[in-house]
Ligand binder design. Structure first.
Ligand SMILES: CC(C)(COP(=O)(O)OP(=O)(O)OC[C@H]1O[C@@H](n2cnc3c(N)ncnc32)[C@H](O)[C@@H]1OP(=O)(O)O)[C@@H](O)C(=O)NCCC(=O)NCCS
Length: 204
């Protein structure tokens, strides 16, 4: 059976990690990437950068699946693009590495990527358009709202809540039952033991 084609939006370092997950999952065939004008014609892991943002309406005539492969600390750009491509009509399937463990009792929305080595335990709820990056541990009953980036090797303990658009830095560890607000940045390597208000920049 031929695989469904998908285009990737974003052609930087995070796109390479996304490509690896998509290849291992073996469900979608990568048709090409959307990048910046100056990147046109270059290749990422053997796949061509064949368009820029303005080409998306035309590309939608041929490809209906897309994944946002931009991995930034500022989640705003990802979230704007997510809304734009939804409006164009693209489907955004969730990509899950075969090397991740995702409980059957977890509920995961659309347009997410769950990367290699992630563990998502029972009762977890994840919205749309999130990156659950390599080796993150998402414990029971955690809730992650739309548009979050949960970086590499983070630990979100039981019942933690993460608001829309929040970035959790690499190796941060969040105590059980803690709520982190919307649009926060939690620095890498930090332990969070108290609730964090919306729009906070937490550096310890
Ligand atoms: C939080 C973060 C975004 C701040 O970056 P920044 O705005 O450039 O801030 P700076 O590096 O100028 O640091 C500002 C201050 O906060 C401190 N600080 C920044 N990040 C910190 C961290 N993670 N832990 C402890 N202190 C930190 C700095 O030491 C500095 O203190 P000073 O003013 O006393 O010297 C950045 O440090 C960080 O943690 N990025 C996440 C990287 C990551 O996880 N990437 C993974 C992608 S998968």
């Amino acid at each position: 059976m031929s695989k469904t084609e998908i285009i990737l939006i974003g052609a930087g370092g995070h796109a390479k990690s996304c490509i690896d997950v998509i290849e291992q999952q073996d469900k979608f065939k990568i048709a090409g990437l959307i990048g910046k004008k100056e990147e046109l014609g270059r290749k990422v892991c053997g796949y061509s950068i064949f368009g820029i943002d303005n080409d998306l309406p035309e590309l939608f005539k041929k490809y209906t699946n897309a994944h946002i492969s931009i991995g930034q600390i500022d989640t705003g750009k990802r979230n704007n693009i997510y809304n734009q491509i939804l409006n164009l009509g693209f489907s955004l399937p969730t990509i899950i590495s075969p090397n991740a463990y995702v409980s059957d009792h977890a509920d995961i929305g659309n347009g997410n990527i769950v990367m290699h080595g992630v563990i998502i335990n029972a009762g977890v709820k994840i919205g749309n358009n999130c990156i659950i990056n390599t080796k993150a541990l998402i414990e029971h009953d955690v809730q992650i709202d739309d548009g979050c980036h949960i970086s590499t090797n983070t630990i979100l303990n039981g019942n933690v809540k993460i608001g829309t658009g929040t970035f959790i830095g690499s190796s941060a560890c969040i105590k059980n039952n803690i709520s982190i607000g919307k649009n926060c940045i939690i620095g890498m390597g930090l332990s969070v033991r108290r609730d964090v208000e919306n729009n906070s920049r937490f550096t310890g």
